[in-house]
Design a protein around this ligand. Structure first.
Ligand code: HEC
Ligand code: HEC
Length: 225
């Protein structure tokens, strides 16, 4: 009984701490981004999102990247978010209608630092982004690059190191600067655990594949390492 009470108290504390971290952000951020885990898991929610979920931001982003991106937000998703709202018919094939993609709000340095600190406090549950999901072996990066472009078809939706690739997923050209390695591994293993209807497939990759793909992505955007 005592154990149960402690668990309940712990969960409440975890909930309160993420709720208060979200409160530290400008309320406008919450009008486009989910800052707490949504209870609505319908396809409708995903279809009508105005911005990517940030409720696990503290387990996803590198803080330095957040601070600089929030001051100078360059597009991450080449066709906007969600991409299917920004596609128009072209002469030969569908094209991105850039005019429908709004610019992201730009923050001053102090506000960007405060927002980044608040976002870093929004941690994912430990079983969603397990510490050590990426085991840290960078030797697999070359095989990971081949998997990304050829064997696993990631490039159909993502731009990788050459800046070439599909438009329906976030650009991964600077993944290592932007994203935490454990997040990359956990998301690659099973995107639907983050968002049940997301259109990235779960490919039942072996852990070796996941480690190699993560090693490849981790070195992107890290000064040519
Ligand atoms: C009008 C809607 C809107 C508002 C308001 C807004 N955002 Fe965003 N945000 C977006 C969209 C759309 C993207 C995706 C941009 C892209 O991929 O190029 C985004 C991306 C982001 C990202 C990167 C997320 C990722 O998964 O790549 C962060 C971090 C972020 N916003 C933080 C904030 C913060 C902090 C605020 C409040 C100061 C804020 N946003 C206000 C719509 C919004
Ligand atoms: C059918 C398209 C598709 C394919 C194929 C695909 N992805 Fe994705 N991927 C997505 C979408 C869509 C998202 C997340 C949507 C969002 O936040 O805008 C995503 C997100 C990610 C993320 C998180 C990045 C972020 O900024 O949120 C990583 C890492 C990733 N994918 C890696 C991979 C790898 C590795 C492969 C190949 C094994 C792959 N993806 C194949 C569509 C795809």
């Amino acid at each position: 009984m005592k154990g149960l009470l402690l668990v309940v108290a712990g969960l409440t504390a975890a909930f309160l701490s993420s709720a208060s971290a979200a409160d530290k952000l400008d309320p406008s951020c919450g009008s486009c981004h989910a800052l707490v885990k949504p209870t609505d898991t319908s396809l409708d929610r995903l279809m009508n999102l105005k911005g990517p979920d940030l409720w696990y931001a503290g387990s996803k982003f590198n803080k330095d990247w957040l601070v600089s991106w929030l001051q100078d937000p360059k597009p991450i998703r080449p066709a906007g978010f969600p991409y299917f709202k920004h596609i128009k018919k072209g002469a030969k094939h569908d094209e991105v209608d850039q005019s429908t993609i709004p610019a992201h709000p730009k923050l001053k340095k102090a506000d960007a630092e405060a927002a980044a600190a608040a976002l870093m406090a929004l941690k994912a549950p430990a079983d969603l982004v397990p510490a050590g999901a990426f085991k840290g072996d960078m030797k697999g990066a070359r095989m990971g690059s081949l998997a990304f472009v050829k064997f696993r078809g990631c490039v159909a939706c993502h731009q990788g190191d050459k800046g070439e690739g599909g438009l329906s997923g976030p650009r991964l050209t600077d993944a290592g600067a932007r994203l935490q390695p454990d997040f990359i591994a956990a998301y690659t293993a099973n995107p639907q655990r983050f968002e049940p209807h997301i259109w990235m497939p779960t490919s039942n990759l072996k852990d070796l594949d996941i480690q190699r793909l993560t090693a490849f992505l981790v070195q992107l955007g890290q000064g040519g390492k």
